[in-house]
Design a protein around this ligand. Structure first.
Ligand SMILES: [Zn+2]
Length: 344
């Protein structure tokens, strides 16, 4: 029954995702000074794990889905104020962002006692990242707000993935390379959102490969240094016929192969731990980062649910090389090669 409800909900969301209009804003640029260099190696022994922080690496992780950061607030628009409020609420509840790549690779380096989450932005809106006339990053853009937060809190690293579709996104074309470079230099990521943002259901094998492979090629050419586009957010969360699912992961277009390590749906709930046997990086659920029409499964609903049900929430042990889970939750957890399992 719950599943049926969830499917109905998803269908409703599929129809409405990504419908909001474009908007242009004045733009400029700035070299953001803030260099995050907190890449300490988190290799410790089992004895050094602080069990008082109640690590639970069997728990779920929220992959948050944003679209526009702008005004006024609407179903697919989060205001700058509300985005700041979201980051603060998460931070106050012990959440810190990690990269999508680290999540799917099970490379969780969040400090002991903290819960990782992943920020994603679809559609490559200019309001995600633009410049003021003086050249500084618009402090009310998504990137401006993330960088501001990282400057304010030492343990908050700027981590987010921007899923860009088409060739005319992310503001003026001449600024795209500079923006992409900035994102990568600061630990953020760019992902694939297809060329034409189609309903994938309508495509055949060559169509799927053109949409993914073509966009990958365009995006990769837009960086000044080599960059591998290997994550995909499905437009409207739509999928082609099941027989073509393999082309979402691997394929070829104009002689160039692609392989995606993460495929993101739209969604309504947090995703399993990367160490959980249910974890499927090729069908990642996302939580809507909104308070409008979220049907009790938006970001604040999940913050509350995970607060009240600690067994469901991923809490890091602070060690990248150890997977720590409370007794009773180990059954569905598998430590990947090179990592040790600790049950307490
Ligand atoms: Zn979209």
């Amino acid at each position: 029954m719950k599943k049926l409800f969830a499917i109905a909900l998803l269908l409703g969301m599929l129809l409405t995702a990504c419908q909001s209009g474009d908007e242009e804003q004045g733009s400029t640029k700035k070299e953001a000074a803030s260099q995050q260099q907190k890449e300490e190696k988190k290799e410790i022994t089992k004895d050094e794990i602080d069990l008082n922080t109640k690590p639970n690496e069997a728990g779920q992780i929220m992959i948050l889905m944003y679209h526009n950061i702008s005004t006024p607030e609407a179903e697919w628009v989060r205001t700058p104020e509300n985005f700041r409020k979201d980051l603060q609420a998460l931070y106050d509840q012990g959440y810190l962002p990690i990269s999508l790549t680290d999540y799917v690779n099970g490379n969780i380096t969040a400090p002991a006692g903290k819960s990782p989450y992943v920020l994603t932005f679809d559609d490559g809106r200019e309001n995600n990242f633009n410049y003021l006339e003086d050249g500084s990053i618009n402090p009310d853009s998504a990137v401006g707000i993330i960088m501001e937060f990282a400057e304010k809190y030492d343990d908050f690293e700027p981590r987010a993935t921007f899923f860009v579709n088409g060739t005319g996104r992310f503001g003026p074309k001449e600024e795209v390379q500079k923006k992409f470079d900035f994102l990568v230099e600061n630990g953020m990521e760019v992902g694939n959102h297809t060329i034409n943002h189609p309903n994938m259901k309508t495509l055949d094998a060559s169509g799927v490969q053109r949409e993914i492979g073509g966009q990958k090629a365009y995006l990769e050419e837009s960086f000044s240094k080599p960059y591998n586009i290997n994550t995909l957010a499905l437009p409207f969360g739509s999928r082609p016929d099941k027989s073509l699912y393999n082309y979402l992961e691997t394929g070829s277009y104009e002689g160039k192969d692609y392989k995606n390590i993460a495929i993101l749906n739209v969604g309504w709930d947090p995703n399993p731990s990367p160490y959980h046997t249910d974890f499927d990086p090729l069908a990642i659920h996302r939580v809507r980062a909104s308070e409008t029409n979220v049907d009790d499964v938006g970001i604040y609903d999940w913050i509350e649910i995970l607060k009240n049900h600690p067994k469901r929430r991923f809490v890091s042990d602070g060690a990248a090389n150890i997977v720590t889970v409370p007794q009773g939750l180990e059954e569905n957890v598998k430590a990947p090669e090179g990592k040790e399992l600790l049950v307490y």
